[in-house]
Design a protein around this ligand. Structure first.
Ligand code: PNS
Length: 172
């Protein structure tokens, strides 16, 4: 059977996607979306919001460091910081797609509003929703922070290589 040539060999357009978030800290749920998106797009930019209204528990540097550790070896994944509007950041990076993870129906209304807003601001970037895997449906950064604060087990919730760093920062 003949293998399909790579996009670079045929001159096809390379597709770049952005996966934005606070990643405070990144969880296995985030890593699952990153891993699956990286298989679909030529380049995936994981974009860490720096000017969040919520005061983050981890600094931008820490959040970026965690993401770099857990995505080490994923050759088409880049980690970047951004501030201001996501639509503008997508434009400056030439991104075609914005990836959003959906855990539950309750996520949808807000994400739907964001998708329409971003499309109005930057019609060149299409929002794609990716459903979370069932294992991670309950997971969120805030749940992880609370468990870490009280010294609970984070196994299966955040990648092993960043667990100690999360406890070091949050454990009371
Ligand atoms: O992980 P989060 O906190 O749910 O991520 C939210 C994020 C970063 C995707 C969202 O807050 C965002 O895109 N912020 C940038 C500002 C923006 O573009 N807002 C939408 C138009 S009002």
């Amino acid at each position: 059977m003949t293998a399909f040539p790579a996009a670079t060999e045929t001159g096809d357009m390379m597709k770049t996607a952005i996966y934005p978030g606070s990643f405070d800290p990144c969880t296995n749920g985030h890593l699952d979306i990153i891993t699956r998106s990286a298989k679909i797009f030529d380049t995936l930019i994981v974009a860490v919001l720096t000017n969040n209204n919520k005061a983050p528990a981890f600094s931008v540097e820490e959040r970026i460091d965690f993401l770099q550790r857990v995505t080490a070896g994923m050759e088409n994944v880049r980690i970047a910081a951004f501030s201001g509007l996501l639509a503008d950041f997508a434009r400056t990076r030439g991104a075609d797609v914005i990836i959003k993870g959906l855990r539950a129906v309750s996520d949808f209304e807000y994400e739907f509003q964001m998708a329409l807003t971003n499309s109005k601001l930057n019609p060149g970037a299409e929002t794609l929703f990716m459903t979370t895997s069932t294992d991670n449906m309950y997971l969120s950064s805030s749940v992880v922070r609370e468990i870490a604060m009280y010294g609970g087990a984070l196994d299966g919730m955040v990648p092993e290589e960043i667990q100690t760093k999360i406890y070091d920062k949050l454990r009371r």
